[in-house]
Ligand binder design. Sequence first.
Ligand code: C5P
Length: 280
Amino acid sequence: MLEIRAPAKINLSLEVVGKRSDGYHDLVSLMQTVSLHDTLSIQDGPSVELTCSDPDLQSESNLVWQAAVLLRNRYAPDSGCRIHLEKRIPVGAGLAGGSSDAAAAIVGLQRLWNLRLQRSQQISIAAHIGSDVPFLLVGGLALVEGRGERVTQLPTLPVQWYVLAKPPFAVSTASIFAGLRQDEWHDGQLTRVLASNVRSGDALELGVNGLQPTLFRLCPEAQRCFHDVARVTAGRCLVSGSGPTVFARCRSRTMAEQAATELRACGYWTAVTHSDAPES
Ligand code: C5P
């Protein structure tokens, strides 16, 4: 039995730089995996079978199931697996939980089925499943460009603590991209500068989230959550991805825990988590 961790991600910066002919958007983003994670338990089986701690996610629309079937059809047609997914990352939260589960399935099944896939083959499967999946194959801190398929790893920085808060509803990524206005696009410069600062050994600053204005326009409750996090942490915070989860950097684990206690009292789901190094 293999156990694989599927970490959540946060976007330390996310700029939408244009719309592509395939309908997707080109992004320049700084992504970081964190310690909050789901867990996949993978073993041999006759076909592709998936069970999940959340029965609502136990279906063929689960990205784990889709990744497993795609990998098997392309590279291991006579193989099978039984996967159990233990969920902790909330769904529709902007934390890429489903994408990370799929990335973990791709990594785990390559081991189970003794596949020696080239990087380009892995990226092709990952990008087919979802835009965040190529980054989540590696994790850590990275500059992510294009639709999400161009991933440049950045040096691992000292551990940083974060508090996460999410209002009690899910957000569809597609609806946020659909509501995005062209005057909310950026040129990607800020995020690229932040990445090059990290390469030169400078501290990592938070950037912008170009999806945030659209999210706040469509879901005013998400903006309320953002203001609550800013008030409680007295610091800079950002929405992660298309939201509605808001994260703030905290100087210590204790400060993150204090903030989480206050934010739970406001009715939010919360987590205290820290930056993660890439899978070696
Ligand atoms: O790739 P993924 O399935 O996670 O994306 C969900 C939706 O978000 C897409 O259907 C698309 O509408 C939008 N999206 C986008 N540009 C990206 C990533 C996602 O327009 N780079």
